[in-house]
Design a binder for this molecule. Structure first.
Ligand code: GLC
Length: 586
């Protein structure tokens, strides 16, 4: 059978679930939502300084609404000297100057709510900025009342036991401060001192600040490295051997194992979260399949969702900083990671699904194929995957256009503290800088941070000034304006896939079952809810693949298809390169 089923309408699915939903347990708006992440620096600039701003986001709310998404997650917009693009906050209660004013924020929030969109802000409270007033006070003397807002190690005790400082050339998470002859702790750069959560005053300050934003009407928080907040303040010696033996070689698993993490989250829930109808998402750094449920088990009264790193870390060589295995990643490993994680929340709790964000390269380059002939199909395939899995999808701005990595050649083109710090570290150690730069073309965070490609006018319609980070030169052919006009564009496919998910709760709540787990090219799974079943087929390769249905019966035309036609034979679907299709199944 060769049927023309291009973008089959969602009507078929529309009616199906309506009457059956009474049976679904624990329905929640944040489970049924699609989240769209906006990196404010790179979305839309209205004042010509080359940096995106809140007025820019407000001017594009109709575009966001037109996507069909429900929630906008904004990266930090608070007062910050921008050592780490807003993840170093100097004032939690104000708006970053480049982004606008509190007035602009209020207008933006109102604009979202008027359109039925919710706002999730970034909560960065493992650390603040060394330019925050608390830290200025804290460092000024050993007896200052703010001294124990941070973790200090007096130098007379010798050098403190090693802790990692992710963005530092020397790799150390302690920095010596001569003013008081002491070291302070910073898990990221020295501009990001870690807050001392063991101090009840610190927790109170943070909880009050959270309430201030919730009282304004904010609908939730994505919590930056929240798993790291509790520390063993005796700072025992932890060796590389301990990390290898007890923490799977992963420092972040140690950092996420602080003694009071769950006490503090429960306190936060009781003091703040339980008082509002909001959603919370933990950046689950160091959380494993064995520990993650504790963060989101509703009976524990902590958070709603967490995201893991097992998926996005696939395919890197061990013991090297984000350096790809020359053979890429294996689809069988990819399937195993997402299937294993689905099982963590099969009975309790709720998961998330993402392939890109501001800490990752573009999903098209990393997980699809950004060669011109495969861009469109593989981008649509990844969109189909994200929106057909269980767990709330977090979709990164620009992925709906098939934006891809910019692949800088020189370190001078990067703006990210992570790439620059690591370059310096490799240089200091006499390492191979060319190899590092080659690896960064695939893995660097700046690849995912280049400005949004609105149209083919100068600077892609992002700014009239000089963009803070180079714009991908392919904006003349990859941009929103062109794709608006094309019914079969990646942008319009994303809209259709969002609608399909929203109209068919089998895609939200349906039980996930992996099919043909050893197939090296096709990711196939079923989703089933209250007697309704669907089959998702994703050909992750550039080959044509006949997929054997092995007894699974499919019926009717595809619910959605990223190719203009489908090719179904008895017990077999012949898949085109990067073809993605969803069928009703029995
Ligand atoms: C999180 C953020 C990342 C930031 C880091 C330090 O991982 O997502 O962008 O650099 O925390 O705040």
């Amino acid at each position: 059978m060769l049927a023309a089923a291009f973008f089959v309408s969602c009507n078929e699915g529309d009616k199906k679930t309506e009457n059956k939903m009474a049976d679904v347990k624990d329905r929640k708006w944040w489970k049924e939502a699609v989240v769209y992440q906006v990196y404010p620096r790179s979305f839309k600039d209205t004042d010509g300084d080359g940096v995106g701003d809140l007025k820019g986001i407000a001017s594009k709310l109709d575009y966001i609404k037109s996507l069909g998404v429900d929630i906008i997650w904004l990266n930090p917009v608070y007062g910050s000297p921008n050592a780490d693009n807003g993840y170093d906050i100097s004032d939690y209660r104000s708006i970053m100057k480049e982004f606008g004013t509190m007035n602009d924020f209020d207008t933006l929030l109102k604009g979202m709510h008027n359109r039925g969109l919710k706002l999730v802000m970034d909560l960065v409270v493992n650390h603040c900025s060394d330019e925050h007033e608390w830290f200025k006070q804290s460092r000024s003397s050993r007896t200052n009342p703010y001294r124990d807002y941070f973790h200090w190690w007096p130098a007379e005790k010798g050098t403190p036991p090693f802790r990692p400082g992710s963005f530092e050339a020397d790799g150390s998470g302690w920095r010596y401060d001569s003013l008081t002859n002491a070291y302070y702790l910073h898990y990221f750069s020295y501009k990001q001192p870690d807050l001392n959560w063991e101090n009840p005053k610190v927790r109170k300050e943070i909880f009050d600040m959270m309430k201030m934003w919730f009282d304004k009407g904010v609908d939730g928080f994505r919590m930056d490295v929240i798993t790291f907040i509790s520390k063993d303040t005796l700072f025992p010696v932890i060796t590389q051997k301990d990390i290898a033996e007890k923490y799977n070689g992963d420092w972040s698993q140690y950092l996420a194992s602080g003694p009071h993490l769950h006490d503090y989250l429960q306190e936060m829930n009781k003091e703040v979260l339980s008082k509002y109808d909001v959603m919370t998402l933990a950046e689950g750094a160091g959380a494993t399949r064995y520990t993650a449920l504790k963060l989101v088990d509703p009976d524990r009264h902590e958070l709603n969702m967490a995201y893991h790193f097992d998926g996005v870390n696939l395919g890197y060589l061990p013991n090297e900083f984000k350096q790809m295995d020359p053979n890429g990643y294996k689809l069988t490993d990819f399937k195993k990671v997402y299937s294993d994680w689905d099982s963590v929340f099969a009975d309790k709790g709720w998961g998330t699904i993402y392939l890109g964000n501001h800490d990752q390269p573009r999903m098209l380059t990393r997980w699809g194929n950004d060669a011109p002939e495969y861009r469109e199909a593989s981008s649509k395939l990844l969109t189909t995957f994200l929106l057909s899995m269980r767990g709330t999808p977090y979709y990164y701005f620009g992925d709906e256009l098939g934006m891809n990595n910019i692949k800088f050649d020189k370190i001078e083109e990067y703006r990210d503290i992570e790439s620059i710090g690591m370059y310096q570290q490799i240089k200091n150690n006499g390492g191979d800088l060319d190899r590092f730069l080659k690896g960064q073309k695939i893995s660097a965070r700046d690849n995912g941070r280049t400005p949004f490609q609105w149209d083919d006018s100068p600077n892609a319609g992002f700014t009239t000034g000089t963009p803070w980070l180079k714009i991908n030169p392919n904006y003349t052919s990859v941009n929103a304006a062109m794709q608006e006009k094309d019914a079969s564009s990646m942008l319009n496919y994303f809209r259709k896939m969002v609608k399909l998910r929203k109209d068919n709760l089998v895609l939200v709540y349906g039980k996930y079952t992996l099919v043909d787990k050893d197939n090296p090219a096709v990711y196939a799974y079923t989703r089933a809810l209250n007697g309704e079943k669907i089959l998702v087929l994703l050909n992750f390769s550039k080959e044509k693949i006949p997929f054997n249905l092995n007894g699974i019966k499919i019926s009717g035309k595809a619910w959605i298809n990223n190719y203009p036609s489908e090719n179904v034979e008895e017990n077999k679907v012949n898949l085109e390169p990067y073809q993605a299709v969803i069928y009703k199944a029995e």
